[in-house]
Design a protein around this ligand. Structure first.
Ligand SMILES: C[S@@+](CC[C@H](N)C(=O)[O-])C[C@H]1O[C@@H](n2cnc3c(N)ncnc32)[C@H](O)[C@@H]1O
Length: 217
C-alpha cells in the first residue's frame, strides 16, 4: 500500500509493537499499512459512520488483514476496545478532536497522535491545558499544510505561548518555512487592504510575530 506523505508522517510517529486505534479511519489505509509494515501488532479501524467502515472493510479484505485490522463502529472513543494503547485522530476539525479527546477512555492510550485540519495552535493550547505532553511534531504540504502532533499521555512539559502558536519540534522542516511564508503573504495582503481598526492592529501584530519567527529560522 502506498500511503500519502501526510499519512506516512502520521505513521512514522506510531511506536513499534503498539495496538492502534485509528479514530475516523475512513478507508483504513493507515491501520492496514501499519499492520503490514509490522509497526503495530493489531489495529482497530474506527469510524462513526457505516459508509467509511465499509470502505475500511474492503481495504482489510483486499489485503487479507481480517485477523489484524478490526473495524469498529464508534463515535469517538466510545466503543474502542481496552487493549488499544495508541490512538490516531487525523483529518478532522479541532472542535471534533476536542470532543473525542474529552472522553475518559483517553486514559488507556500512552501515545496520542493528532492531525487537525487547521488551527494547530488551538490544538496545542487545548492539549497543553489538558495535560498531554507534546513530544514531537511534523508538518506536511499535501494541497494544504497539515501539522502532525505527537503526544504522550503524561503531565505536559512547559510550552511557551510562542511554542503553542508556532510549534516547537518542526521548525527545522522545509514545509514549516513554506507554511509561514505562505501565511505571511496571505496575511500581508489582507492587512494592507484593511481600514484602521482593532482587528487590523491584531492582524498586524500577528504578522510581526510571523516575520520574527521566520527571521529566527
Ligand atoms: C476526512 S476523514 C479522515 C480520514 C483519515 N483519518 C485521514 O486522515 O485520512 C474523517 C473521518 O472521520 C470520521 N469521523 C468524524 N467524526 C467522528 C467521530 N466522532 N468518531 C469517529 N469518526 C469520526 C468521518 O466519518 C470520516 O470518515
Amino acid at each position: 500500500m502506498k500511503l500519502t506523505r501526510r499519512l506516512s508522517a502520521i505513521e512514522s510517529f506510531i511506536p513499534q509493537n503498539s495496538i492502534l486505534a485509528d479514530i475516523g479511519c475512513d478507508h483504513a489505509y493507515l491501520a492496514c499499512d501499519a499492520v503490514q509494515k509490522g509497526i503495530v501488532v493489531k489495529a482497530y479501524a474506527c469510524d462513526v459512520k457505516q459508509g467509511p467502515l465499509n470502505a475500511a472493510l474492503s481495504t482489510i479484505n483486499e489485503n487479507n488483514l481480517q485477523n489484524k485490522v478490526i473495524p469498529v463502529l464508534s463515535d469517538g472513543l466510545q466503543n474502542v476496545p481496552e487493549d488499544a494503547n495508541v490512538c490516531v485522530i487525523a483529518g478532522m476539525g479541532v472542535e471534533t478532536m476536542k470532543m473525542i479527546l474529552s472522553h475518559e477512555k483517553i486514559k488507556q492510550f500512552h501515545t496520542i497522535i493528532l492531525q487537525p485540519n487547521s488551527d494547530a495552535d488551538e490544538m496545542r493550547k487545548w492539549a497543553y491545558e489538558h495535560d498531554l505532553n507534546l513530544t514531537d511534531e511534523s508538518i506536511v504540504q499535501e494541497g494544504h499544510f497539515y501539522f502532525i502532533l505527537k503526544y504522550v499521555n503524561e503531565p505536559a512539559a512547559y510550552l511557551s505561548e510562542k511554542e503553542m502558536k508556532f510549534g516547537k519540534y518542526c521548525t527545522h522542516l522545509n514545509d514549516y518555512k513554506n507554511y509561514w511564508n505562505f501565511r505571511k503573504e496571505r496575511l500581508g495582503a489582507i492587512v494592507s487592504q484593511m481600514e484602521q481598526s482593532a482587528k487590523k492592529q491584531e492582524l498586524a501584530e500577528l504578522l510581526d510575530q510571523i516575520n520574527e519567527q521566520l527571521a529566527s529560522l
